[in-house]
Design a protein around this ligand. Structure first.
Ligand SMILES: Nc1ncnc2c1ncn2[C@@H]1O[C@H](COP(=O)(O)OP(=O)(O)O)[C@@H](O)[C@H]1O
Ligand SMILES: N[C@@H](CCOP(=O)(O)O)C(=O)O
Length: 376
C-alpha cells in the first residue's frame, strides 16, 4: 500500500500542498493495496447542492446552498463491492458500478494516477447519503460527479483541499458535465462566475450579501437537464442577447454591492427559463407570487423544476432583521407552493442558506473503538 500502516495524520504529510512537490503514492500490485486508505479508515467527501443560471447567467453563474450529499469509502466488511444508498433517490439510483458516483470515483483515480492504473472497487464499500433531490435543478448530477471524482483522486493520493487539486477537479468535472455553472460552486462554494477559455476552465467569486435566505419550491416531478437543454433553441436575436447581457451584469453588481432593489430585474431571463417552466408548471405565476410575497428575486433553479426565491440580507444590520427575514422566507415559500397548487403542481417547500463551503473531505480513523477525525 502506498501509505503502508501509517496513521492518517502522518500519512497526510506525504502529499505536499506545494504544487510541484506532489508525491505519487507507491502503486504496487494488489488493487486494495493501491489506495491511500488504511483498513481502519473511512474517507468522506461532502459536496453542496447548487443553483445554476440564476436567471440570465445561462451556463455561467451558480451558487452553493447548504444541502449536502456525502459519499464515504471504506474497505468492505464482506470483501465484495457494496454501494449503500441513503436518502434521496434511493428508490431508483443504481446500486452497481454504473452509478454516477462510482464511475466518477474511477475517473478521478485514473486521472490522479496518470492513467497508470484502474481502480478495482471490488473490495470497497461506498455509502452515498443523498440530501439533494435528484433531477430537480439543484445540481444533483454535479454533486455526484464532484463527490466521486474527489474520492477517486483522494484514493490515488491527492489532497483535494489544495488549490491545485481543486483546479484539476474543476477541469475534470467540466469536461464531463459540459457546463461549469454547477460544478464551480460545488467545488469552491459561494457564488461563482465560470467559463471556459480555450483548454482551461476559469472561475471567480461574487459576493453574497450576509443573511440572505433561499426559499425553494421543489416540485414532486423529475425533469432531466439533458432533455430540457435539448429542447432549447440554439439561436438568439441581438435584442435577446442584449436583454440577458444587461441583466447578468446588473445581477453581479446587485450581489457585489448588496443592492437588493436590483435583484428582481437582474434575475430576469429570456433564454431558457420561461421556455422550460411557464406552460409546464406555471413558473411565471410562481415567480410573480414570490415577488408579491416580498422576495427580492425569484428564478428557475438550474434546468428546473425547482424555483428559488431570495429574501433577507443585512441591509441595515438592525437587531431582529434575521427574524424578519425568516418570516418573509416562509411567507414566500408558502406563496410559491400555493401558486403551484393552483396550477395543479404539488411539491415541497424548503428554506436553505447560501453556503461558502464547497467540497470538503476528511478521513475518520477507527482506532481501538475510538474515532479520530482527520480533516484534509
Ligand atoms: N446522488 C446521486 N448518485 C448517483 N447519481 C446521481 C445522483 N444524483 C443524481 N444522479 C444522476 O444524475 C441524474 C440527474 O441529473 P440532472 O438531470 O442533471 O438533474 P439535476 O438538475 O438534479 O442535476 C440522475 O438521473 C442520476 O443519473
Ligand atoms: N446551465 C445548465 C444548468 C443545469 O443545472 P441543473 O441543476 O438542472 O443540472 C442548464 O440550464 O441546462
Amino acid at each position: 500500500m502506498g501509505s503502508g500502516g501509517m496513521p492518517a495524520k502522518d500519512r497526510k504529510l506525504r502529499w505536499s500542498s506545494d504544487v510541484d512537490q506532489w508525491e505519487k503514492p507507491d502503486f504496487t500490485s494488489q488493487s486494495s493495496d493501491c489506495i491511500a486508505l488504511n483498513r481502519n479508515e473511512c474517507l468522506t467527501v461532502s459536496v453542496p447542492a447548487t443553483t445554476a443560471n440564476i436567471g440570465p447567467g445561462f451556463d455561467s453563474l451558480g451558487f452553493a446552498v447548504d444541502l449536502r450529499n456525502d459519499v464515504t469509502v471504506e474497505f468492505s466488511p464482506t470483501g465484495t463491492f457494496i454501494l449503500e444508498l441513503k436518502g434521496e433517490g434511493c428508490d431508483f439510483l443504481p446500486r452497481d458500478e454504473t452509478n454516477a458516483v462510482i464511475e466518477a470515483v474511477k475517473k478521478g483515480y485514473r486521472f490522479q494516477s496518470n492513467d497508470e492504473r484502474e481502480l478495482d472497487v471490488s473490495a470497497l464499500k461506498f455509502t452515498s447519503t443523498n440530501r439533494i433531490p435528484p433531477a430537480r435543478g439543484l445540481g444533483s448530477s454535479s454533486a455526484a460527479l464532484v463527490c466521486g471524482l474527489a474520492a477517486g483522486m483522494t484514493l490515488a493520493g491527492s489532497d483535494v483541499s489544495t488549490a491545485r487539486a481543486r483546479r484539476d477537479l474543476l477541469n475534470l468535472a467540466c469536461e464531463v458535465e459540459g457546463h461549469p455553472d454547477n460544478v464551480a460552486p460545488a467545488i469552491f462554494g459561494g457564488f461563482q462566475i465560470a467559463l471556459s477559455d480555450e483548454n482551461e476552465w476559469i472561475t471567480s467569486s461574487v459576493n453574497i450579501p450576509e443573511g440572505m435566505l433561499c426559499s425553494l419550491f421543489i416540485p414532486d416531478f423529475h425533469s432531466l437537464t439533458s432533455e430540457t437543454r435539448a429542447a432549447l433553441s440554439d439561436k438568439l436575436t441581438q435584442a435577446e442577447a442584449v436583454f440577458n447581457i444587461g441583466r447578468t451584469a446588473t445581477l453581479i453588481n446587485a450581489f457585489n454591492q448588496s443592492d437588493f432593489r436590483l435583484m428582481k430585474i437582474g434575475t430576469q431571463d429570456i433564454m431558457h427559463q420561461h421556455q422550460r417552466g411557464d406552460k409546464q408548471f406555471g413558473l411565471d405565476k410562481i415567480i410573480a407570487a414570490a415577488i408579491g410575497a416580498g422576495a427580492h428575486c425569484c428564478f428557475l433553479s438550474g434546468a428546473g423544476p425547482t424555483v428559488l426565491a431570495m429574501t433577507g440580507g443585512d441591509e441595515n444590520g438592525k437587531i431582529g432583521d434575521s427574524t424578519i427575514a425568516a418570516i418573509t422566507a416562509e411567507r414566500v415559500a408558502e406563496a410559491m407552493s400555493d401558486a403551484a397548487k393552483e396550477f395543479g403542481v404539488e411539491g415541497q417547500a424548503l428554506i436553505v442558506e447560501p453556503t461558502m463551503e464547497g467540497i470538503s473531505a476528511w478521513i475518520d480513523v477507527f482506532d481501538d473503538g475510538e474515532d479520530v477525525v482527520d480533516m484534509m
